[in-house]
Design a protein around this ligand. Structure first.
Ligand code: HEC
Length: 149
């Protein structure tokens, strides 16, 4: 009887660890999705004319991006060793095998944001800003993001 309790306890602990890992993966994914919301949901749509140019929305998107990018290193500190259920993209194990190189991809994004901040005043400058920032996002995705499906 005593032994059964121990086994059950171990199983529960195991399930807890799996859940925590999924939570970490979800947090990482949510951070990327939040960046995507600013970049694609606002900035890209405006450059295409899908939504009208709006200075306040642009400034907010840039500020939100700036805040999100600053959280990448900390959010990806722990390797969840699993992907978000049903996700299209996942992290390469390389993120945690070569952490210093992964983190070296963050400052260039921050620099790109700083370079365009306060200088976007119309669709033309927004387009240029989009490319400047997005190229740096991709520099990390190239190596560290995996397409799962
Ligand atoms: C330092 C590396 C790094 C940088 C910089 C980075 N990303 Fe990512 N991104 C990742 C990794 C790793 C994944 C895959 C894991 C995930 O989805 O959480 C990812 C996933 C994504 C996804 C897919 C999310 C999904 O599952 O649908 C989007 C969208 C995304 N990133 C947008 C951006 C944008 C926009 C920027 C630039 C502002 C950016 N990322 C900058 C590493 C990075």
């Amino acid at each position: 009887m005593k032994r059964m309790f121990v086994v059950a306890g171990t199983l529960i602990l195991g399930a807890g660890a799996v859940m925590a890992q999924q939570e970490v993966a979800v947090q990482q994914d949510n951070l990327m999705r939040s960046q995507a919301k600013s970049m694609y949901g606002v900035i890209l749509k405006m450059t295409k004319g899908d939504i009208p140019y709006n200075q306040k929305q642009v400034d907010e998107a840039i500020a939100s991006l700036e805040a999100d990018v600053a959280k990448i290193a900390k959010t990806f500190e722990v390797n969840p060793k699993q992907d978000v259920v049903n996700a299209t993209y996942g992290s390469s194990p390389k993120v945690w095998q070569q952490k210093a190189d992964f983190e070296s991809k963050i400052p260039p994004v921050q620099k790109a944001i700083a370079d365009v901040k306060g200088k976007i005043h119309n669709v033309a400058s927004l387009k240029a800003a989009y490319t400047t920032i997005n190229d740096r996002c991709n520099d990390c995705h190239e190596t560290y993001r995996l397409k799962l499906k």
